[in-house]
Design a protein around this ligand. Structure first.
Ligand SMILES: C[S@@+](CC[C@H](N)C(=O)[O-])C[C@H]1O[C@@H](n2cnc3c(N)ncnc32)[C@H](O)[C@@H]1O
Length: 125
């Protein structure tokens, strides 16, 4: 999806490229080390489970490897992330969910959802 020239002068495109490279790198590293965020992610999952009952139609923008989305046990779960390395791992880990590799700014879908989650995305967007 990242077809822009590496020499582009458009700051928005350069920012997007930089962030995609960053998150691709994080995804590759997570194959060997899950980081210090275990407690944080468990707590996030508890909080989202409190608000989102199983069986809902859930869209997550910036879904990473899809673990939060999967933990919510949606009847329909769609995850969106612009990092190809994240989306590859999400598809391998959660085969019953649907994942799209696309920037959340331009994502479009002709479906309705009960819940749309942006967890730890806004600080990046
Ligand atoms: C901190 S991780 C959060 C993962 C998950 N939402 C969670 O809470 O566990 C942020 C994710 O958002 C993705 N992301 C950041 N900006 C994005 C954008 N503009 N469009 C799509 N994905 C984006 C990154 O690739 C990364 O996988």
């Amino acid at each position: 999806m990242n077809t822009a020239s590496p020499f582009t002068s458009d700051p928005a495109v350069r920012y997007q490229q930089t962030r995609i490279e960053h998150w691709d790198d994080i995804a590759r590293r997570s194959d060997h080390w899950r980081g210090w965020g275990g407690y944080y992610h468990r707590r996030l999952t508890e909080v989202y489970r409190f608000w989102v009952a199983p069986g809902q139609r859930v869209l997550e923008l910036g879904c990473g490897q899809g673990d939060l989305l999967a933990a919510l046990q949606p009847s329909v779960g769609v995850g969106v992330d612009f990092s190809s390395e994240m989306i590859t791992r999400a598809r391998q880990r959660h085969s019953t969910l649907r994942f799209s590799q696309v920037d959340a700014h331009t994502f479009e879908i002709d479906e309705t959802f009960d819940v749309i989650i942006l967890s730890d995305l806004i600080n990046d967007a």
